[in-house]
Design a protein around this ligand. Sequence first.
Ligand code: HC0
Length: 575
Amino acid sequence: EITFKINGQEITVPEGTTILEAARMKNIDIPTLCYLKGINEIGACRMCLVEIAGARALQAACVYPVANGIEVLTNSPKVQKARKVNLSLILSDHNRECTTCVRSENCELQALSKELDVSDIPYQGAKSGHTIDDMSTSIVRDETKCILCKRCQSVCNQVQGVGVLGAVGRGFNSQVQPVFGRSLAEVGCINCGQCIINCPVGALKEKSNIQDVWDALNDPTKTVIVETAPAVRAALGEEFGHKMGEPCTGKMAAALRRLGFDKVFDTDFGADVTIMEEGYELLGRLQNGGVLPMITSCSPGWIKFVETYYPQFIPNLSSCKSPQNMTGALLKSHYAQMNNIDPKDMVVVSVMPCTAKKYEVQREELAVDGNQDVDISITTRELARMIKAARIMYDRLPDEDFDPYYGDSTGAAVIFGATGGVMEAAVRTLADVLNKKDIKEIDYEAVRGVEGIKRATVDVTPDLAVKVVIAHGGANLKTVMEQLKAGELNDVQFIELMGCPGGCVNGGGQPIVSAKDKMDIDIRAERAKALYTEDANKGIRKSHQNPSVVRLYDEFLEEPNSHKAHHILHTTYSK
Ligand code: HC0
């Protein structure tokens, strides 16, 4: 243990604690910009400078471990002055188009400028960074706003195991870029958008499809249908000042209706259908000697990851399309037929916590009879912007339901948005089907939680124990794939992999939480709570018991994995 003084107060902390962490324990706030807890602790931005009595130079609190007897000053005149100078230097090389920046009011640089009372920027002159890379379907990278904090680089490397962003150049010409000045579209980027939600400023943002949605809504010849992913309802409220973890399903449905969508449907319906298809697919593989372990195929970041880095395991992927695409494909076939709508006159819009979904919707493997399953995908953040632009008073909206049939879903579908959720949903159905009864104990705790890689054995029937692995976040996916390659997972039958850490609740399209707030809260767990609460409160919590899913099979699909179901709901990736 180490005992030292901070702003005159004595404090004892475990050895190895940094000044920044120790200060936090005493409720003393030290400003940061490049710091990202556990991920990017590099002392680069010099915002967290503190004075240590007797030492000549100021020190970066985020990387300076405390020592016995030191006296730290976090707010001395010297510290205040240095931080202000450093901040105005950063600002002098920053494209300060704050009024039109997508991160305005949610920008860590803007907030710091205000908090540290920086009112003028004495240094004027040349600016570095001129590239705006908007070739990716998902991510726009704007160097004119980059402050070289390297948070994106660290997340891409360490958390996602992808590593397509790196520092290039020296001094004034330093940039964080993909190799050889290429576009993100030309390198092994998996479109997950983790760089976006960890960028403190507007240097990374999603490719906006908001105007495409307005255009569709304003076209009288189109039937415009929206579907919302499980995780959106766990976070949309945050954009309107609501507490993290507070579900907002009712207001979300109401807002979508006010925006003018002809029908407000739920990706959760498609998630229930996915469980039927994927559950039976797994059974088929188990019984007929198919490729095992079967790996889930609903996270488009993960799909791109396997295609790019481990193509030899593509045959292990479930052939199921993602719930987003199952919903879209069914809308353009079954629903269109039922309602006499030409699928060409239908526009399916998905609201997703994900930027990779923008990539997924335009993939040629994901169309039926010449119609793309989904036409436009927007993020949770884009939906919030649309609601604000339409001057809808979100807080005053009543709670409304989704439209019936394609809006009907179960608790099993809701938890898809959290890591382990797809696995749990599948097991709930498999266990009932194989045991031929309605099993009551359905909270499979072993597959829940934010641990990076989970292994469990689930007793599905007295004679069938299924070995499962669940992982989330690219770096963990890489570990699992390496284990698979080494033959260490030969006894495993089913693997759930999600591209983003925590699963979709922490997707690259979700509301952005500052690094400071992330020191105190685990977003992944908080938002997952909203989903598990909604699951627990749902009358029906198993996909195969969704009456609308039962009806869909009766009147259209015939049975899980039928020829028709295959044509509409399954695909193969071949890269
Ligand atoms: Fe997800 Fe999904 S759960 S990928 O994590 O499976 O994005 O929320 O919509 O499609 O349902 C994201 C979230 C989805 C899909 C579903 C799956």
